[in-house]
Ligand binder design. Structure first.
Ligand code: SAM
Length: 214
């Protein structure tokens, strides 16, 4: 008979594989294993508070977060994005997006992708820039995922606007460290000056910080 530990690990591997296949058709740059890390934090992460995502695009990372949270019966995911893409997604740019060119928004595709996965009911989309949404936000956050504006000023603004709401012991994940100059410069500067956060994971450019308990 298989041990409980082996059964648990086999089930985890199967869950990763199945969810990887289910999210594969959603456009995006998030690696499957990065997505699985997000889902595990949404499912089992510490603290009480909201799950907030900045930068949702067509729902790839949102799906992983919502999958984890929904599996555990925990908080819905607040997904903040103007859904008009970043500068690099605009026509003629390096990552020009065909849905944006036709529809002017990624929101319809975002909603359809989550509906297809039966996860839309576990997501609150907020059609707004992060800075505008932050002006209205007053709730504690236990998991913050930053993947919006990748410029230095934009990523710094996202971090500074939202992390005051992160509960002690809560988690902050940031994407594309080492892949995009602006957010990477901000992150290195942060880690050389902060005493409030500890890096607990780095996975292909996804970093996870834990807010220290004082
Ligand atoms: C790299 S994509 C996000 C990818 C998504 N997290 C995924 O894994 O599929 C960046 C997104 O950030 C959004 N964005 C750009 N500037 C933003 C801002 N100031 N506030 C919120 N979202 C922003 C863009 O509209 C775009 O959808």
């Amino acid at each position: 008979m298989l041990s409980a530990t082996l059964m648990f690990r086999l089930r985890t591997a199967l869950e990763f594989y199945q969810m990887s296949i289910r999210t594969r058709d959603i456009d995006g740059w998030l690696d499957d294993m990065q997505g699985f890390v997000l889902s595990l934090m949404a499912e089992q992460g510490p603290g009480v508070g909201a799950i907030v995502e900045i930068g949702s695009f067509k729902g790839r990372s949102t799906a992983w977060l919502a999958y984890g949270a929904k599996s555990a019966g925990r908080e819905k995911v607040t997904a903040i994005d103007p859904f008009t893409g970043s500068p690099e997604h605009q026509p003629g740019q390096e990552w020009a997006d065909s849905d944006l060119a036709v529809l002017g928004s990624t929101l319809p595709v975002f909603e359809e992708n989550l509906r297809m996965l039966d996860l839309l009911d576990h997501v609150n989309p907020v059609v707004s820039t992060s800075a505008d949404a932050a002006k209205e936000w007053n709730d504690p956050i236990r998991l913050l995922f930053i993947d919006g504006d990748h410029a230095y000023e934009g990523s710094k603004l996202d971090f500074e606007s939202w992390t005051p709401h992160v509960v002690p012991g809560g988690l902050v994940a940031i994407h594309d460290i080492g892949h995009w100059d602006g957010v990477t410069r901000f992150y290195r500067e942060l880690m050389s000056t902060t005493d409030d956060y500890e890096e607990v994971l780095e996975l292909f450019g996804l970093v996870v910080l834990e807010k220290k308990v004082r």
